[in-house]
Write a protein that binds this ligand. Structure first.
Ligand SMILES: *Cc1c(COP(=O)(O)O)cnc(C)c1O
Length: 502
């Protein structure tokens, strides 16, 4: 399987090369030349496999330049330290939040080292990169630069820590992340990691990193130190492809639990921001997973709801800060891959849409494309009040606690079922542990927590829900601070060069 760009005709490259390059030189995203198919027998074979075995069964069809042994090793190294043996358990609520009979399988994607779904991809990407370097005979070290507003920084640090031939450096805005997010980053262990606070906001961090990427002098300096820059961006194919696995895995779990029979159709619902997670579900559907609708759930930054309902993508709108911050996004980068596939690989059209988006902030898809998307997708959003109320309702009905992002999906599921009367079983993506958003969840439950610090809030939520605080979060209270560096935006290049030479 080779990879091509969404925006122009390029020479096809191997998956190892696509993963190392991240973005195509024409600004487009890498896509596979074709989409492999899984027969029902193949899906049936997944039922009695471990998560790692399932990962190999899916990944081997896209990453054909990796051997099965290499993929198995990547999966072991990536998922070994998840806190449950099944890695991605499916919690089946017999009735949905609206108390009907149809099962809702809550796919818990937050049992990794940072308690959020990005671990599934960011644990795998470094392993795939490390193997890719060997494959193409690259002897330089890869230095990953990340600007973070909170969660991605920690997940990337945890993924790259001590991975051979890589280094990672994370910049976060001083005072611009939560106390827990800061602690998660500044306590990160690993010989190849570095974390620096920047005097400024997230945009300053991001602009600083962008400048470094485009600075020829810095690249030349790094070259001398035998170092090459790269990013762990969510548009990297190596981040997307591991996400396809858990849709197959959860379907297999659903079959194993006896809630559905092999071949039964399900709907999939995903709380969406950058469109990575739901795009992985789209690939699974194209590969033959029996999925009827992909339901795209947004918060009040509902640019995708409007896109699927009107055919117009328009980012010119107010930006809202919500209780589901990881979905506060107005440009959903991975949508470009969907446009590519559903136009049948029309690179001219994709390029036109993306150029319009860049210059005017909006574009309108043509009617045939809109009709195609209507067959596959349904989209709606949840308000802040609706997000809070469903947390309380689901906890009341099932004693099952969800975080604010998962709550958006649950609320939209109810809207979908009321609007369409479609009661197919559902796989619902749960993207973060409720403990990651403790104060919002306590708020939603109507609990008072004034004067309680983060750790006391953890304990309160733990008592209420009868669930243990995830180890990685509980450990922060006593973890040693290892990174206390701080700098101005102008100093960032210097810091990078120093770290590269280390
Ligand atoms: C990143 C994230 C999302 C959004 O996922 P996309 O792949 O960007 O659509 C949803 N929930 C949580 C908790 C996240 O961290």
């Amino acid at each position: 399987m080779n990879y091509i760009s969404t925006r122009s005709k390029i020479k096809p490259i191997s998956s190892a090369e696509a993963i190392l390059q991240g973005l195509a030189a024409d600004g487009g995203l890498f896509v596979p030349e074709s989409i492999p198919r899984m027969k029902l027998d193949d899906i049936n074979a997944l039922v009695n496999m471990t998560y790692s075995q399932r990962a190999v069964a899916i990944l081997r069809q896209y990453l054909t330049d990796y051997t099965d042994n290499e993929l198995a090793e990547c999966a072991e190294l990536a998922y070994d330290w998840f806190d449950v043996p099944s890695k991605v358990p499916l919690s089946i609520l017999i009735r949905d939040p609206q108390n009907t009979k149809s099962p809702v399988g809550v796919m818990e994607l937050w049992h990794g080292p940072t308690s959020a779904f990005k671990d599934l991809a960011l644990q795998m990407l470094p392993q795939l990169m490390s193997k890719a370097l060997k494959k193409i005979g690259e002897t330089k070290e890869i230095l990953i630069l990340v600007a973070t507003s909170g969660d991605t920084g920690k997940a990337a640090l945890a993924g790259f820590a001590d991975v051979p031939q890589t280094k990672i450096m994370v910049f976060y805005p001083d005072g611009g992340v939560s106390k827990i997010q800061r602690l998660q980053m500044v306590t990160q262990i690993g010989k190849n990691v570095n974390v620096v606070a920047v005097n400024g906001n997230f945009d300053d961090c991001q602009n600083g990193v962008k400048k470094i990427f485009s600075d020829e002098n810095i690249r030349a300096e790094l070259e001398k130190a035998n170092v090459k820059l790269s990013s762990a961006n969510s548009i990297n194919w190596g981040r997307l492809v591991p996400q396809i696995v858990y849709y197959f895995s959860s379907y297999a779990e659903f079959v194993k639990a006896g809630s559905i029979k092999l071949g039964d159709l399900v709907n999939v619902i995903v709380p969406t921001g950058n469109f990575g997670n739901i795009l992985a579900a789209y690939y699974a559907r194209r590969m033959g997973l029996p999925v009827k609708k992909l339901i795209c759930a947004s918060n009040i930054n509902n640019v995708l709801t409007d896109f699927f309902n009107t055919g117009v993508y328009n980012r010119n709108r107010e930006f809202h800060k919500t209780v589901s911050p990881s979905m506060d996004i107005l440009i959903s980068s991975n949508l470009e891959r969907l446009l590519y596939h559903e136009t049948g690989g029309d690179i001219k059209a994709v390029k036109r849409y993306m150029t319009e988006l860049q210059t005017t902030g909006k574009y309108k898809i043509d009617t045939p494309l809109k009709k195609k998307l209507d067959k596959i997708f349904y989209a709606d959003f949840a308000t802040e009040e609706e997000t809070a109320s469903i947390i309380k309702e689901v906890f009341g009905n099932f004693k099952y606690l969800v975080d604010t992002h998962t709550a958006v999906a649950m609320q939209v599921l109810g809207k979908y079922r009321r609007a369409t009367k479609d009661m197919l079983p559902v796989i619902l993506a749960s993207t973060a542990s409720p403990f990651k958003f403790t104060s919002s969840v306590l708020n939603a439950l109507g609990e008072k927590f004034e004067g309680l610090d983060d750790f006391a809030q953890f304990d309160k939520l733990s008592l209420l829900s009868n669930k243990k605080v995830p180890k990685n979060l509980a450990a922060l209270e006593t973890a040693k601070i290892l990174h206390e560096n701080i700098c101005d935006q102008e100093e960032m290049p210097q810091r990078v060069l120093e770290f590269a030479a280390r």
